[in-house]
Ligand binder design. Structure first.
Ligand SMILES: Cc1cc2nc3c(=O)[nH]c(=O)nc-3n(C[C@H](O)[C@H](O)[C@H](O)COP(=O)(O)OP(=O)(O)OC[C@H]3O[C@@H](n4cnc5c(N)ncnc54)[C@H](O)[C@@H]3O)c2cc1C
Length: 399
């Protein structure tokens, strides 16, 4: 990103002028859930702020924030010493409140994490994972029930599993409905969201940043100014950080695809989310069954490293690995019951195994630049707490 337009050919965009001259200009890059939740938090914290969110697409929650499992997680899957394990439970509570107050489509589902292996080695591994998850849940103060095979049949009669742990405090949210509510909340708070504004370059000029955008439609170039800039660009956050002079980050996109169960068998799961037993800190949660807020039964996601920062729905992994994952719990499924659904890109900061943590870094003071990098699962759950974390850093960083 070395491109910089000739400044004589461009007009400074809507952030100049006497009326707003004394306002703090805050620019947030990315209208995913993290960018929007952060914008709302900044608005609550700074009453003299003029907040602009720049988004390269033409709608909110158009990338990873739309294409995920939509689960408001309890935090049980994360190791308890990470920033994300602190932020997810708090963020989850606030997200639930936001959904209740803003008519977002969401549903309490509960989550069953179950051991279903038919061979002894597999079963031993799964039981050990359940034991470690249970220990982790105690550290996180989560309430759960251990369920026998019969207990599992009581809540989900068609699920075949030998033993499981059940968390009742888990929800699923409809991403489109959430996006519409966040957009409205931002508009009501006077936050301006500029679509088709693809950030190309960021230049530091004394006490502010100039942010150069190019319209994805017309190619028109605009420049925005910010004395506080938050990079919430998801899988592209490393490129944005580099453009602003912080080249130390690297995102390794990791794609997760979903299949959907179609026809009558989509009602084999009535409500509960069904997850395989993988230990806390595992880099992904494994292929699971999700009954979405809209009532679809999804199988996925898988995890594949992905070269590009852009997804491509035409590339579809054959169903075998999804069918294998789902048949452990629902043996009657066949390939003809499955249809490819969608995929999303995880913003991993680590190409190998091991759990990544969120990176939230206050890079520069006067003007201020905050990078939010590696916000992968449970980033949707944690989004409002990430926004809180950003604004709580304002005073300690001299904002
Ligand atoms: C398969 C999968 C399943 C998941 N399941 C869950 C789950 O069940 N629960 C959960 O809590 N989390 C889940 N997550 C994680 C969660 O989806 C993410 O943590 C969260 O959506 C990240 O939000 P974001 O706003 O940081 O990123 P994004 O939603 O990607 O938003 C970034 C925005 O920045 C914009 N942008 C990028 N570059 C530019 C640019 N140059 N100029 C302008 N705009 C730009 C993009 O267009 C995009 O809209 C899952 C993720 C995946 C991939």
């Amino acid at each position: 990103m070395t491109w910089r337009p000739n400044k004589t050919t461009i007009g400074l965009a809507n952030l100049k002028g006497g009326k707003v001259a004394n306002k703090r200009k805050v620019v947030i890059i990315g209208a995913g859930i993290v960018g929007l939740a952060t914008a709302l938090k900044v608005g609550q914290r700074l009453d003299n702020a003029e907040i602009t969110v720049l988004e390269r697409n033409h709608e909110v929650l158009s990338e990873t924030s739309r294409y995920n499992s939509g689960v408001i997680h309890s935090g049980i899957h994360q190791k308890s010493n990470l920033l994300k394990s602190r932020l997810a439970p708090r963020g989850g509570q606030e997200l639930i409140r936001f959904c209740e107050e803003n008519d977002v489509r969401f549903r309490r589902t509960g989550m069953l994490i179950a051991a279903a292996s038919r061979d002894l080695a597999g079963l031993t591994r799964e039981l050990s994972s359940l034991y470690r998850l249970r220990k982790n849940s105690r550290r996180l103060n989560l309430k759960l029930h251990v369920l026998s095979r019969y207990g599992i049949e009581k809540i989900e009669p068609n699920i075949r599993a030998l033993l499981g742990i059940y968390l009742s405090e888990v929800w699923v949210v409809d991403q489109l409905s959430l996006g519409a509510a966040l957009l409205k909340a931002c508009q009501n708070a006077g936050i301006s969201i500029v679509f088709e504004a693809n950030v190309q370059n960021i230049v530091r000029c004394r006490n502010l940043y100039e942010i150069y955008t190019k319209s994805s439609k017309s190619g028109a170039i605009k420049v925005f100014e910010g004395s506080i800039v938050v990079n919430a660009a998801g899988v592209n956050s490393d490129t944005i950080a580099s453009a602003a002079g912080f080249p130390r980050y690297k995102i390794y996109p990791c794609r997760g695809e979903y299949y959907e169960v179609i026809g009558e068998k989509s009602s084999l799961v009535s409500n509960t989310l069904i997850y395989p037993a993988l230990p806390p800190g595992h880099p992904v949660k494994g292929i699971h069954l999700t009954k979405t807020a809209a009532g679809r039964l999804l199988i996925g996601p898988n995890a594949k490293s992905w070269e590009s920062k852009f997804d491509n729905f035409r590339i579809q992994t054959p169903p075998a690995e999804f069918l294998d994952g789902a048949k452990r719990f629902l043996p009657e499924l066949t390939e003809s019951d499955l249809k490819w659904a969608y995929s999303g890109l995880r913003a991993k900061t680590n190409p190998g195994v091991g759990e990544d943590d969120f990176v939230i870094r206050f890079e520069a003071h006067h003007p201020h630049f905050i990078n939010l990098v590696g916000i992968e699962s449970p980033g949707l759950t944690a989004s409002f707490a990430i926004g809180d974390y950003v604004v709580s850093g304002f005073s300690s960083h001299g904002f």
